[in-house]
Design a protein around this ligand. Sequence first.
Ligand code: ADP
Ligand code: GLC
Length: 475
Amino acid sequence: MKIYHLSAECYPIAKVGGLADVVGALPKYQNRLGCEAYVVMPWYDRPFIKDHKFENVFDGTVVLKNLQFKFKVLKEKKNSLGFALYLIKIDGLTDRPNVYGYEDAALQYIGFQTIALYWIRESKELPDLVHCHDHHTGLVPFLMNYSSEFEKLRGIPTVTTIHNGQYQGQMGWEMVNYLPNFNLTDGGLLDWDDCINPMAAAVKCANAFTTVSEGYLKELMDDKGAGLEDLYRQESQKAHGIVNGIDTEVWNPETDKYLIENYTSANFVTKKRANKKELCERYKLNEGLPLISFIGRFAAEKGADLLPGIIERAIMERSGDVNFLVLGSGDPAVEQKLWDIHHRFIGNFGLETGYNEPLSHIIYAGSDYLLMPSRVEPCGLNQMYSMRYGTVPIVRKTGGLNDTVPDIDEKDGRGIQFNDADENGAVWAIHKALDFENDTKNSRKLRRSIMKIDFSWEKSAQKYLALYENLKQQR
Ligand code: ADP
Ligand code: GLC
């Protein structure tokens, strides 16, 4: 089965968060199941692209309303990622270093989606299915079914995966003339609250939509849909919750090239500590104390604004007998508050702002606990990486965190859960974790068991495949 994944991010080419990890892994696992899975994404001015060879497979000029852009579709020559990778380079729209944050983002995505479909339309063998990820590719199911320019693609099934429903890519209706032609009587399919809403359009027009955990699907219909709750409920007959896996080849403590020492569930006690030692030396922390870390975007969804208060209270309430380490970037106000706390608690709190892939691996390996005080977490990959590295997650009971980290007081517990997305909830859980840490026998036993859990993509890749087959048969 020939599947095209369309996405704004893909690891290791361009990663901002978990979307990249998923799109960089799922197609590889699908190919192993006998599919032909491709990734199509925008070209960015990124090191991976400079370091790899590409060939031009398609080019031309696209006209978006009164603007003209030259474009190329480039294929990575060696398929070095385990799938064929295609980049869409639009002069003046994608030849930039960052993935997000440009004022003309709406135009970037319209251009990307339109050109992707021009190119797919011309392929010798059309795909069996197009799989779109998040709002950046949300117009595709509509365009394939309703634009007169893509009649050739009518009826090819489409799946949309919602990785993050908070971002919907809304744009004013004045943007409509930048879209490929369609009959205006179909325009309602693009609309939500008097805007063009690509996420809503995707949910309305795709043959199926999926969320990255079952728990998040319920939450989207309930109160976490950022205004689309009614729509998710209306379309629920085509909804599927499929939890993410992780790339166990990239995230493997036995082989991870970024680690100071590699280890397995059989020898983690001493070797995991070598990674902790490195972190403690770098951030002037006491290696003898439990280390609780946070990795992620400083965004409200992640509860990052709660971190300064949580860290301060936990250090004070434990009389300095706990250390924290934070790696992240985002909201400047949160960064500033964290630096203030850092200056007050030197020796107990290390802080690294910015994006640092190698360091993140050492933190997953070298920490004792990983804190995730998320308000919303569609799936969350950090907790799975941390478990694979023998680091116990402390998570707020929400979305994918609730699905993947049962509390240690439950059957087959894996970590520590707390209910309330506030300082009290998280500090309560930290106390529970630190008390548990004193029980060396059981905390080691837990670490050994969470390292052995199978989080690989195989099971979920099978579920996607079953869904694709089903849609293909309904065609
Ligand atoms: P989200 O996609 O919402 O940010 P996920 O838990 O799905 O959350 O994935 C986050 C991914 O981004 C993980 O691979 C995590 O290690 C990585 N990450 C987040 N922030 C940073 C950072 N500052 N440096 C390195 N990696 C980071
Ligand atoms: C989003 C979500 C995150 C999820 C990731 C990959 O960025 O915020 O929870 O793990 O996508 O699906």
